[in-house]
Design a protein around this ligand. Structure first.
Ligand SMILES: [Fe+2]
Ligand SMILES: [Fe+2]
Length: 300
């Protein structure tokens, strides 16, 4: 019987993630002694397998979020917070196809057509997702184009910059780690999460297009599966870089999301209204009144 694959990656100075094909994952702090040479002290060189690669990728995300665990904000969801989230969703989607194509072009130059083909396919799949967020905003009576032109949530800026930077690197393999991080977290959203948002929205308003497609119900779950399969097929050096970037991206994402979640509803409302130069049809935790649904129509 073939031996089960074990993979490992050092993600920070003293922590490595070790994952077995059977699904076991653990965090390892190298403690080399004279008698006991640490087998994980040198980078892995072997082949990957889906069972162990997913352990490394998800281990990297868990480790990234562990840093903010005690500070994690858990506010009650509000429509105002949801509008901010949609503006953030727009900004994390709008440049994705262009960025991925740029990275794909670089892999073609490097003689790695299989990586280029994977990235081009992802670029196709992600095309138009920014429009979903804009339609959701419009459905809520918010002039989406105008809002996103002058407003990007503070916590989302470093995330967008990270992706831009990764895609223009000489060897842009890290963009796969970034994308995995975002898609994996989106795919955790369940039907009940979407129902909660729907319950906050005015009757007859469908403002969950982006959320549905970026949840366990939409294409995100398939994207995650495909990425795991692709990463597992990469050479060890690439798998190491992808997992390290998944960790770095999850640190930025955890801090950024938390920064936004810690804001009060009044603070968020003020930011939105300042960007728009006009009042929103929402005041604290409520929709003005169902008779006054300014512009709240189902999006075309
Ligand atoms: Fe997307
Ligand atoms: Fe996706």
């Amino acid at each position: 019987m073939a031996r089960l694959v074990t993979e490992w990656v050092n993600v920070t100075g003293d922590i490595s993630i070790i994952a077995r094909e059977s699904g076991e994952v653990w965090f390892h702090t190298p403690r080399g002694t004279k008698e006991n040479v640490d087998p994980f002290a040198t980078p892995m060189t072997g082949v990957g397998a889906m069972g162990s690669t997913v352990g490394l990728l998800d281990g990297a995300i868990n480790l990234g979020f562990a840093g903010i665990e005690k500070r994690l904000a858990r506010p009650d969801p509000t429509l105002v917070g949801y509008i901010v989230a949609l503006a953030g969703a727009y900004h994390t989607s709008v440049d994705t196809p262009r960025n991925l194509r740029r990275a794909a072009g670089r892999f073609n130059e490097l003689g790695r057509p299989e990586v280029a083909a994977y990235l081009e396919e992802r670029a196709r799949e992600e095309t138009g997702h920014d429009r979903l967020a804009l339609k959701d905003l419009r459905a809520l009576g918010v002039p989406g184009e105008r809002l996103v032109a002058s407003f990007i949530p503070e916590g989302i800026k470093p995330l967008c910059k990270r992706f831009d930077d990764l895609c223009v690197q000489d060897y842009p393999i890290g963009c796969i780690g970034y994308s995995y991080c975002l898609e994996r977290i989106a795919a955790l959203k369940q039907e009940t999460d979407i129902e909660k948002v729907q319950a906050m929205c005015p009757d007859d308003v469908d403002a969950t297009r982006f959320l549905r497609s970026h949840s366990s119900l939409g294409s995100e779950a398939t994207h995650v599966e495909e990425t795991i399969e692709f990463v597992a097929s990469l050479p060890a050096n690439d798998r190491i870089k992808v997992v390290q970037e998944t960790y770095e991206s999850s640190l930025i994402l955890a801090e950024g999301y938390n920064h936004e979640l810690l804001k009060s509803e009044a603070e968020m409302l003020e930011e939105l209204e300042q960007a728009l130069g006009e009042a929103l049809p929402y005041r604290h935790s409520s929709y003005l009144s169902h008779g006054e649904k300014r512009g709240a129509r189902p999006a075309a």
